[in-house]
Write a protein of this length. Structure first.
Length: 118
């Protein structure tokens, strides 16, 4: 099986919206639970965006892994938050440049997981 046979919706080179470091964003995430939806909103400045493999396995995907888009932001009180970007996430740019469509940079996890923000 070659790269062209990978699922385009799950492929590690899938294009997404990239948010520029320094821009102020409001991220609304929704968690579905049975008949209810639990929304949460976080506002902060973008530190970086990355695509990192998860611990989950998925056949015929890059490195046989499930890849997650992550947005790392810093809130006004200095707290850093790592947010998984999925179909239930809405990102609104409040200040700064609008996002551009591109492939998120792939990130290899650190050998010492405690030393890595993600």
């Amino acid at each position: 099986m070659d790269e062209s046979q990978h699922s385009p919706s799950l492929h590690a080179s899938q294009r997404t919206l990239l948010y520029q470091p320094g821009c102020l964003v409001r991220v609304t995430q929704q968690i579905a639970h049975r008949a209810h939806v639990y929304p949460t909103t976080i506002t902060g400045h973008v530190l970086r965006q990355e695509r990192q493999e998860s611990g989950s396995w998925f056949a015929r995907n890059k490195a046989n892994r499930l890849w997650l888009d992550r947005l790392i932001i810093q809130k006004a009180d200095g707290e850093k938050s790592v947010l998984n970007l999925d179909e239930f996430t809405h990102v609104e740019v409040l200040e700064g440049p609008q996002p551009v469509e591109a492939a998120a940079p792939l990130t290899e996890p650190a050998q010492d997981r405690a030393g890595s923000l993600t």
